[in-house]
Design a protein around this ligand. Structure first.
Ligand code: TYM
Length: 332
């Protein structure tokens, strides 16, 4: 590196050092929906300028749900393209996948040894799984521990997520406190960042939008899919404002604009749904087009992911070294 580049490199480093750190991720379990976008992904893009950001693909978390090689690969590449298409710039943001940084799974074991079973049994996701099925895999039980490592290895100040992940970030904080208490100050306690108005984006049936409920509007939906999803929105038979249609519409327009329209068209559900289809198409079409552009060069996208993994690994392995030192296994 010549002198000028060295100075530039140091300036960038000093500038980044002054920034707070942001970290978040999503599971590659299928196509993302507008709930993922408004609840979390949009914040990744909006805050990328102000924070030093680590945004990753939680593929080992997804392994609890996707146990098929081709599907896993397709989903990982899918999330990568989604990240690029929403505007995450790899020059600004470290984009990587969890499985490229083995420190996550190593630290999970360390956290397992200081965490009790009754504590993890209080996790919502575990309780939900328990209510649904008799056989629960250890990976579901242990999910919050892996997530704690995802977060704590990078010392983030903030973790932007939707409401459903709040407890997981709290578990990460508790685990950091516990480790610090036993072995000495090591982990920074992260703050959860939840946008109030979009903490729980509702789906087409009024419940939380979720892949598992089949009530989603995919973020990169084609026009016909948008139309089908909107037409399926459950409306009550009363005359007033159709609550579920309005709730989704309010993601796209402020209440000051939307309320007068809905008040003028009370009972005209079909017209309101048609307007929502139009607004969704206006919002989704440019994202869809951008994604198709990135899809043309998947090797280039994968090279971004690989390089991001190497950068993330540098940060995580430093923290892991510190952990090994603190717990006393570093004898050389
Ligand atoms: P995942 O993949 O289920 O969801 C990704 C993000 O989308 C948010 N979200 C919603 N927000 C508002 N309304 C909704 N209807 C809605 N549905 C989903 C989620 O809250 C999340 O922020 N465990 C995480 C992935 C993860 C992670 C992490 C996140 C693994 N390690 C470390 C942050 C930090 C998950 O399953 O997200």
């Amino acid at each position: 590196m010549d002198k000028k580049s060295q100075i530039q490199h140091s300036c960038v480093k000093i500038y980044l050092m002054g920034k707070k750190i942001l970290l978040s991720g999503i599971k590659p379990t299928g196509r993302p929906h507008i709930g993922n976008y408004f609840g979390a992904m949009r914040q990744f893009v909006e805050l990328a300028k102000d924070y030093k950001s680590y945004i990753f693909i939680a593929d080992y978390h997804a392994l609890n749900f996707i146990q098929n090689k081709a599907e896993m690969k397709e989903n990982i590449i899918g999330v990568l393209l989604d990240y690029l298409a929403i505007g995450l710039d790899p020059k600004e943001v470290t984009l990587y996948k969890q499985s490229d940084v083995s420190d996550h799974t190593e630290l999970t074991w360390v956290f397992d040894t200081i965490t009790t079973m009754p504590y993890l049994m209080r996790a919502h996701a575990y309780k939900d799984a328990e209510a649904k099925s008799k056989e629960i895999v250890v990976g579901t039980f242990n999910y919050p521990m892996l997530m704690a490592t995802d977060i704590l290895l990078y010392s983030p100040d903030v973790v932007p997520v939707g409401q459903d992940q709040k407890q997981h970030v709290e578990i990460a904080r508790d685990t950091a406190e516990k480790f610090n208490h036993i072995f000495g100050e090591t982990f920074k306690l992260p703050e959860v960042m939840i946008m109030k108005d979009v903490a729980v984006v509702p789906g087409t049936d009024g419940r939380k939008m979720s892949k598992s409920y089949g009530n989603t509007i995919p973020l990169f939906a084609e026009y016909v899919e948008i139309k089908k999803a909107v037409m399926s929105i459950v409306t009550d038979s009363g005359e007033g404002i159709p609550k579920n249609v309005y709730a989704i519409h309010s993601l796209l327009r402020p209440a000051s604009e939307l309320l007068p329209i809905y008040e003028n068209k009370t009972g005209k559900y079909k017209e309101l749904k048609e307007l929502l289809i139009e607004d969704l198409e206006k919002f989704i079409a440019p994202l869809r087009e951008k994604r198709k552009e990135f899809e043309k060069d998947i090797p280039k996208a994968l090279a971004i992911l690989k390089a991001g993994g190497e950068k993330a690994k540098e940060v995580a392995s430093k923290k892991m070294d510190e952990v090994r030192e603190k717990i006393g296994v570093n004898v050389y």
